[in-house]
Write a protein that binds this ligand. Structure first.
Ligand code: URP
Ligand code: ZN
Ligand code: ZN
Length: 522
């Protein structure tokens, strides 16, 4: 392998002056490593429902065979010994913001640096949020198609809805039927920019239902947050701690409950993104108990960090943790972990939305101007393993479910993604549970000069990442090419939609109306 690799001229480029080196092929097209046949031998192959010691044979980007003792003629085949290691589906991150224009600036990671970071951390696909341009979905979509030309791994799109009229309604249909987008996000916060009101949310939910699209909400009461911000400024609290104090858990709980009740009223599944508090999680649990289809997505920052950092006397140290909803007191993170382990919360995202120190400094006088967002794309797979599997809260199969398979199922691309089985895309990680990971802005692949997980170490390490059948991460070395990533089209009507029509029929039957009345004779 080394000799084959040495034939390939690699050009080292710096992703930013502040971070380590990555590599791209001189040609700028295709992957550096031309191997198309790979045998992963002797590892423990883990899917969401089963694990066994087996070999995995890959050819031309697809998994061809999964079983013990696969025999292949050894010409031109790369054999990787995975004995003692886990062979798992590559991670799928349901929630990222690459090259997103937000709060007067743009996230520092674009579709190349963000995806390079993802691959180094064992994530092989992500779903990014397209933000409309002045409410136009078409313009937003076109802008993101441009941004994504830098992609070096597979990706899909969600779409935010920020205004409502007949054009938006028609554009939603085009996005689903022609552009492969099957989910729409409604921001109940960020008053004055992305926030929508209940009237729009109801229209949007109805439209999602007619299209079989998954409705997603950022659940915080934006009006009350606005009021909370004013209150903090009046109290003279202008630093990053004011961010958390202005939007307490009760505002997340309120909006989550409201969105859940409106979804129940429309009879549509609901996906709550970045669940950060017990208040929101309890609402989701209550709805599930009553039979409502509500998906809760915790993000890594909410699971493993706590809000004490926001009180750090150094502005940048505190500001780097500013995100919305905010990182909460530690009991919230512990409760979210428990909810993930019992299945109340279903899959883990990152909400990767990175801003560097200069950008975070925009809010040095006023926390309302600190761009909201934290990193996580590169760290998610390691931190979820260390926090959830090493502590005994998740089995290895459940780890695969929450980091990959559930996302593939929800966004209707399973088993092409999220599984190690014949016919699936060859997106695979080889994970050594006996190794260790270390996190630092000095070695990460994001373009940001800070990392909210700075200094963390833990058990387990993604040693090899295979994306689309190519080895893209091995021996701590990235081999990625801008432009080589594929857009993954996602069809509507996921499994949550099964039975919705029957429930509608039962609802209509239960009305016992309209009543045929004899008109009073006046
Ligand atoms: O702080 C956050 N979460 N930034 C990204 C935008 C969003 O709300 O998802
Ligand atoms: Zn959000
Ligand atoms: Zn987000």
């Amino acid at each position: 392998m080394a000799s084959l690799r040495s034939l390939i001229l690699l050009l080292s480029i710096s992703l930013s002056p502040l971070i380590g080196l990555s590599q791209i092929c001189e040609s700028g097209l295709g992957y550096c490593d031309s191997e198309s046949k790979i045998l992963i031998a002797g590892g423990t192959v883990v899917n969401a429902d089963h694990q066994e010691v087996a070999d995995v044979y890959i050819e031309d980007g697809l998994i061809v065979d999964v079983r013990p003792n696969i025999k292949v003629a050894d010409d031109g085949i790369r054999v990787i010994d995975a004995t003692g290691k886990f062979v798992m589906p590559g991670g799928i991150d349901p929630h990222t913001h690459l090259a997103m224009e937000f709060m007067g600036t743009e996230t520092i990671d674009n579709f190349f640096s963000g995806q390079a970071a993802a691959l180094a951390g064992g994530t092989t696909m992500h779903i990014d949020f397209v933000i409309p341009v002045h409410g136009s979905l078409t313009k937003g979509y076109e802008a993101y198609v441009e941004k994504a030309k830098l992609a070096c791994m597979d990706y899909g799109f969600h779409m935010a809805i920020t205004k409502w009229d007949d054009v938006v309604s028609e554009e939603m249909e085009i996005m689903v039927k022609e552009k492969g987008i099957n989910s729409f996000k409604f921001f109940m916060a960020y008053k004055g920019s992305l926030m929508i009101r209940d009237e729009l949310l109801l229209e949007g939910l109805k439209k999602c239902k007619s299209l079989g699209a998954l409705a997603m909400v950022h659940a915080e009461n934006g009006d009350a947050v606005f009021e909370g911000q004013k209150r903090m400024i009046e109290l003279g609290i202008t630093g990053p701690e004011g961010h958390a104090l202005s939007r307490p858990p009760v505002l997340e709980g309120e909006a989550t409950a409201r969105a859940i009740r409106l979804a129940a009223f429309v009879n549509i599944p609901l996906y709550v993104v970045h669940v950060m508090s017990i208040d929101a999680m309890d609402e989701i649990a209550r709805a599930q108990k009553s039979g409502q289809k509500v998906i809760g997505e915790p993000v890594v920052s909410g699971l493993v960090l706590d809000d004490s950092v926001l009180w750090d006397p150094d502005f940048i140290t505190a500001a780097k943790f500013v995100m919305s909803p905010p990182i909460r007191a530690s009991r919230h993170g512990k409760a979210l972990q428990a909810a993930l382990s019992t299945g109340i919360l279903k899959l883990v995202g990152t909400d990767h939305c990175t801003f560097n120190s200069t950008q975070k400094s925009f809010g040095v006088e006023d926390f309302r101007k600190i761009p909201n967002g934290v990193n996580g794309l590169e760290e998610r797979m390691h931190l979820v393993w260390d926090t959830m599997v090493e502590s005994g809260q998740l089995s290895v199969t459940d780890y695969v479910r929450v980091t990959s398979t559930e996302c593939a199922k929800l966004f209707n691309i399973y088993p092409r993604k999220g599984a190690i089985r014949a016919g699936s895309d060859a997106d695979i990680i080889i994970f050594n549970p006996n190794s260790t990971f270390h996190i630092s802005a000095k070695s990460h692949h994001s373009k940001s000069d800070t990392n909210v997980y700075e200094g963390r170490s833990g058990k387990g390490k993604v040693e090899v990442t295979i994306a689309g059948g190519k080895i893209v991460w091995e021996n701590e070395e990235l081999m990625v090419v801008p432009g080589s990533g594929k857009y993954i089209s996602m069809p509507p009507f996921n499994y949550l939609y099964h039975g919705i029509d029957k429930a509608d029929e039962n609802y209509l039957a239960s009305l016992k109306a309209p009543v045929n009345r004899v008109k009073p004779s006046l």
